[in-house]
Write a protein that binds this ligand. Structure first.
Ligand code: SF4
Ligand code: SF4
Length: 591
């Protein structure tokens, strides 16, 4: 079995921009006349694993776009590969096991094989068992490989076409580029189980029936995609990141609806990076670990609590694998900013649009403080940030324009130029060593430093914009949804980078986000937005984190407890003893 693998990320390989196949020219084996790196049929670099020992790593270090990876596989990996796309491409080991009557949560980093696993489970990709030369692979070989296991039963049903899948794709923002028509027309086409009325009611879609799909916001597209999936008459439902674009209220609502879907004869699988939602939605969990874009391994099935804790720990005892050399811990915030001087304050503010009115009460921020903002969509959170940033003028009240505010908007669009060019454009006033070590390294941006911003994935783009915002010379840093599109580990990295920065630079931040665990992790104080979406918004606060979280959880009718082992806040099961007790005492948030 190959213990070391070489992978060239073809999307990142750009031979014309690197100086004409730089890796080929610099490889010592090529220089001796061997062909360790060649031009592949697609014109991209191709590595010959049989010739290259992978030890020198010159090509890995020299490629300006970080396209080459040489990775040693875990020593105790005894499984055979399930699929390999090409000679020097990503490899998947093992597949998840959807189980009748259960919601299976999938947790893992971006680029670790979730979509490959889904393609196999939905019969749209027949795995080649790691042999890309096999151009006509048969599912019988996979069935034979899993002889005697539960997954074999699923695969046999798949072969006999007895598995009917309904799939909610990850990239809902692409739906308008693929489908034309109104919301009602699309839902009518999906309505195989005649539950259109019920599902539309649950997800508040009736008011959008006549709206063209192309005119929907991200959150509306997400609700539409979830509804269209729920309307299918399937026995295997797969939801890829159902929480993205949804506000905190809808995240919990959707989690409850998806949970209720699993029953005898129906299996549900959910990939999600919002830990609180994933924890709440799932009965059991499988972890995908490995090395992004290089290889992914699907772990054994675990209970959801144990699975998430093992993921945070970075060690899977059943598989005897340490896949991360540090633990992710949820430290309960200390009110470290309370005795510090006030850095920024605003008075009572009002903003009136033709159909929407927003009222904000006065507040202040101290040095080092991170104020989080949460609440439903359409209540004016982004309008508030834009007023502070000077992009919108308030109708009543004034903004102190002597305070410089750096603002990361919610919708980030790829720009022309490389990551490095953009960072240098703004990072003039920062000590570069500190900035590189504490921001670029922690956000893992060095490997894409020479990439074009337009070529980045959604998660990479988000991290680059967080770094660019922090590189601006400002007094207050405002971030609108910095957790969008990024995985669990990067959410924690982003939170830590922002916290460290505020401490080190003695500045403060305002963060709008819908991931309740991220909000809990990063924030010191809170503003909670309330009102009637699209008509009127007002705020409660600034509140302490405890008061604010209590307000939000009360609004959602859920309670949090704390996981003793990891300090991780968890949602109590609705109606459980603890849930009832905490509600009775008015303590929705753990203390
Ligand atoms: Fe150039 Fe990197 Fe592609 Fe090699 S892998 S050809 S160095 S872009
Ligand atoms: Fe050549 Fe070294 Fe890269 Fe192998 S690791 S392909 S020997 S440069």
């Amino acid at each position: 079995m190959v213990k070391r693998i070489a992978v060239v990320e073809k999307e990142k390989c750009n031979p014309l921009s690197c100086g004409d196949y730089l890796c080929m020219r610099m490889c010592p084996l090529n220089r001796e006349g061997q062909e360790a790196i060649t031009k592949g049929p697609d014109g991209k670099a191709q590595i010959n694993e049989e010739l290259c020992t992978g030890v020198c790593s010159i090509c890995v270090n020299i490629c300006p776009f970080g396209a080459i990876h040489m990775v040693k596989l875990p020593d105790n990996l005894t499984q055979k590969p399930i699929h390999r796309y090409g000679k020097d491409s990503f490899i998947l080991y093992n597949i998840p096991l959807p189980t009748s009557g259960k919601v299976l949560g999938i947790l893992g980093r971006n680029g670790i094989g979730k979509s490959t696993a889904l393609k196999i489970l939905s019969n749209s990709l027949t795995p080649n068992l790691g042999d890309p030369e096999n151009k006509d692979p048969k599912i019988d070989e996979l069935i034979k490989m899993y002889r005697g296991s539960e997954i074999q039963i699923f695969l046999k049903k798949l072969k006999e076409k007895k598995v009917k899948i309904a799939y909610k794709p990850q990239s809902v923002h692409l739906i308008p580029t693929q489908i034309e028509g109104t919301v009602k027309e699309l839902l009518d086409k999906s309505n195989e189980n005649n539950k259109l009325d019920e599902v539309s009611e649950q997800l508040n879609l009736k008011e959008l029936y006549d709206r063209e799909v192309s005119a929907l916001s991200g959150g509306e597209l997400q609700r539409l995609a979830i509804a269209a999936t729920l309307l299918r008459d399937a026995n295997f439902y797969f939801f890829d990141e159902p929480a993205s674009f949804l506000d905190i209220t809808y995240r919990i609502k959707v989690a409850k609806i998806i949970r209720s879907l699993a029953k005898e004869g129906v299996a549900v699988m959910v990939v999600e990076h919002d830990l609180a939602t994933l924890d709440y939605i799932s009965d059991q969990l499988q972890i995908l670990y490995g090395n992004a874009a290089v290889y992914g391994i699907v772990s054994q099935i675990k209970s959801v609590r144990r699975g998430i804790n093992e993921y945070l720990d970075g060690y899977l005892p059943d598989d005897n694998v340490r896949f991360r050399d540090y633990k992710i811990k949820f430290n309960k915030g200390i009110e470290r900013y309370v005795n510090r001087p006030v850095l920024y304050s605003w008075g009572d503010l009002e903003k009136e649009f033709e159909t929407f009115k927003l009222k904000i009460s006065a507040g202040e921020l101290r040095k080092g403080e991170i104020l989080t903002i949460t609440g439903g969509n359409g209540l004016g959170k982004t309008t508030f940030l834009k007023m502070l940033a000077g992009l919108i003028k308030p109708t009543k009240g004034k903004i102190d324009s002597s305070i410089k505010i750096a603002y990361k908007p919610q919708d980030i669009k790829p720009e022309a130029g490389t990551v490095n060019e953009w960072l240098h454009k703004f990072a003039k006033n920062k000590e570069s060593g500190w900035f590189e070590k504490n921001i670029l390294d922690k956000l893992n941006l060095r490997k894409i430093i020479n990439s074009n911003i337009a070529d980045l994935s959604g998660g990479e783009l988000q991290k680059v914009f967080v770094a660019i915002t922090l590189s601006l010379d400002a007094d207050v840093y405002a971030f609108d949804e910095p957790s969008a599109f990024i995985d669990v580990e990067d959410r924690i990295n982003v939170a830590e980078v922002i916290r460290d920065f505020m401490n080190k630079q003695d500045t403060c931040a305002i963060v709008v986000d819908h991931d309740i665990q991220f909000v809990d992790y990063i924030g010191d104080s809170m503003l909670v937005f309330e009102g009637e979406p699209g008509k009127e918004g007002h705020v409660k606060g600034p509140l302490t984190k405890e008061e604010g979280m209590n307000e939000v959880l009360k609004m959602l009718d859920i309670t949090f407890r704390i996981d003793a082992e990891f300090g991780r806040p968890r949602i109590n099961q609705l109606g459980s003893q603890l849930d009832k007790k905490q509600k009775k005492e008015g303590k929705y948030y753990y203390t």
